[in-house]
Design a protein around this ligand. Structure first.
Ligand code: ATP
Ligand code: MG
Ligand code: MG
Ligand code: MG
Length: 561
């Protein structure tokens, strides 16, 4: 590609609203341009990077035998009414009406759409295990779109869905996807930690986020030096509170645990052994109400107690009040019915179900707002468990470090919520109808590109990881009216174009302009053709090198490879 024909409108200064380094570089380098808040055009440079990331994903999905397809962006509300999510997804959903007054939406994620296809087209256990994916633009009316591609209102997501006849099949699919995700991030040059997390409005269990440490990250994770431990801070804290002494319980932690209908499931979800929940309080809350569940004894199945509070009633309760709550055989005081707790937890239509977990002792319980941003002492984490691989094992993971990070991917075992509500059954080996068991897998592709930049910054630009670099080789000719230089540059362009994505800066620009732009292109190798072209000498530089070095053209091939 000749740079004189390329469209790469670079800027000396980033716009004032660009805070994130990746946002600044992508604007300054002419990768993207904002059209409206959180909505971007991908100019040729940005689009090349995006396509490369997509190609990596395609290769890795092929490798685990998951076929690609594409779903519509425009979806009928009826589909989402069927699952119940139309009412609980919230303001992030872009809703619209067509000319006939029918309610529609722009897909923020596609569980329903895939479930419907399966409901209509998959009949037998013989058709499973099956997984499908798409790389598609998603729409979410984010409250605060910001940081360029990190939080857009229109963004590209890889979303995949797996369908299984048995739990074992689901487990295998989940592991395959997790392994594929690790390869994708590695090839894209993004360092990630898989961490235990909550599943958001999609519901589900075994939720694992892929978190990319970066200064601009909106999340916080705890990791250890050995690389044996990584946790989403919210999860780590909710677990940790179980072991704290009541006096230390000055904060209340908020953790969403959708899909946990019983304490057993909650226990599994939180990766806390049952015995650790003794004397703890579990809150289920939406915007108005908080349900307090209190465990009465060591039998986890006997958690049946509830107490309903208004959110603004949250306060320290007296021991007496708590005796009332804990002492009730039927479970529940005041307006709470015996089975109320189970019902509410199971009722998926309750908006924004949250669990808040605190510790307790005989004399009192602390009900306070949590400040999630407070500092944590290392010894507060002395008994949390590994989130890295498979079943949680106790690990010697200290000391922990806390890092801000970017959620670049999220995978979880959905179970049968969607298939049961939407009637996606299959006939098992005995001819019996069973709901299909689902998993759900997502990568924020455009967000991942920003993460790659955030993790690979240089003094004046970016050092793109090789596999997603817009160009892998940047040839820069110093003087366009120098015949020796032109001859050499053109011959190198021809030679290397066979194997590499070559950008040839053939513009009649000053060296300073060319180098400044090259810092923003961030190609893994830059070759400058200058004064010594006639002698077959050029200069080479990687974006992370301090200085360019001279090299004979004969040695170039070896250097580049
Ligand atoms: P976040 O917590 O950052 O809002 P999420 O948990 O709502 O993300 P998911 O529903 O898990 O997002 O979607 C899967 C992936 O899509 C996320 O892991 C993230 O990488 C990406 N993603 C989500 N929202 C955005 C957005 N507004 N802009 C860019 N990428 C996004
Ligand atoms: Mg979100
Ligand atoms: Mg999230
Ligand atoms: Mg998520």
């Amino acid at each position: 590609m000749r740079q004189s024909n390329f469209f790469m409108p670079t800027l000396k200064e980033a716009p004032a609203d660009a805070v994130a380094a990746s946002h600044k570089i992508m604007i300054r380098g002419g990768y993207i341009r904002q059209v409206t808040a959180g909505v971007y055009s991908y100019l040729p440079l940005g689009y090349r990077v995006l396509r490369k990331a997509e190609r990596i994903i395609e290769e890795e999905m092929d490798r685990i035998n998951v076929p690609e397809m594409i779903m519509p962006h425009l979806l009928p509300a009826t589909l989402w009414q069927e699952s119940g999510r139309y009412y609980k997804y919230g303001d992030e959903m872009f809703k619209l009406k067509d000319r006939h007054g029918r309610d529609s939406l722009l897909g923020p994620t596609h569980e329903e759409t895939f479930t419907e296809i399966i409901a209509k087209n998959l009949k037998s256990y013989k058709q499973m295990p099956l997984a499908l994916y798409q790389i598609q633009t998603k729409f979410r009316d984010e409250n605060r779109p910001r940081f360029g591609l990190l939080r857009g209102r229109e963004f590209v997501m890889l979303d995949g869905y797996s369908f299984a006849a048995t739990r074992e099949q689901l487990d295998k699919q989940f592991d395959d996807q997790k392994a594929a995700y690790k390869r994708i991030f590695k090839r894209a040059g993004v360092t990630v930690h898989p961490v235990i997390a909550d599943s958001g409005t999609m519901g589900g269990k075994n939720s694992t986020e892929f978190q990319a440490p970066a200064a601009i990250g909106e999340d916080t994770i705890a990791t250890n030096e050995k690389g044996t431990y990584a946790a989403n801070l919210e999860m780590a804290k909710s677990i940790d509170t179980f072991k704290q002494e009541p006096e230390e319980l000055k904060t209340m932690e908020k953790v969403a645990t959708p899909g946990c209908e019983t304490i057993d499931q909650l226990t599994e979800f939180l990766h806390v052994p049952a015995t650790r929940i003794v004397k703890s309080i579990l809150y289920m809350a939406d915007d108005q109400k908080i349900l307090v569940l209190i465990r009465a004894d060591k039998q986890i199945n006997e958690v049946k107690l509830g107490h309903l509070l208004d959110a603004n009633e949250v306060r320290e309760a007296t021991a007496e009040e708590l005796v009332n709550v804990t002492g009730s055989e039927k479970g529940g005081v005041g307006p709470v019915k015996a089975d109320w707790a189970d019902k509410v937890i199971a009722d998926e239509t309750v908006k924004g179900l949250y669990n808040v977990v605190v510790g307790a002792n005989e004399t009192g319980y602390q009900f306070q707002n949590a400040n999630l941003d407070r500092d944590f002492k290392v010894d507060e984490f002395s008994d949390i468990r590994t989130a890295n691989e498979g079943e949680p094992d106790p690990v010697d993971h200290l000391p922990l470090q806390f890092t801000t990070s970017i959620e670049v991917g999220h995978i979880f075992k959905l179970g049968t919520y969607y298939t049961e509500t939407m009637g996606a059954d299959f006939l098992d080996q005995n001819g019996k109808a069973q709901p299909v068991i689902m998993g759900s897998y997502g990568i924020g592709v455009t967000r991942m590109l920003s993460a790659a930049v955030e993790q690979n910054l240089t003094e004046h630009g970016v050092a793109w990881p090789k596999e997603i670099a817009p160009f892998t080789l940047h040839l820069i000719q110093m003087k366009m009216n120098d015949e020796d230089q032109t001859k050499l540059a053109e011959s190198l362009e021809t030679k290397f174009s066979e194997k590499y994505d070559v950008l040839y800066d053939d513009r009649k620009e000053r060296a300073g302009v060319k180098f400044a732009d090259a810092d923003l292109v961030g190609a893994p190798i830059r070759i400058t053709i200058g004064k010594k072209a006639a002698d077959g000498i050029v200069e080479v530089k990687r974006p992370t090198d301090d200085k360019a070095v001279e090299i004979s053209v004969d040695d170039l091939e070896a250097f580049v490879a």
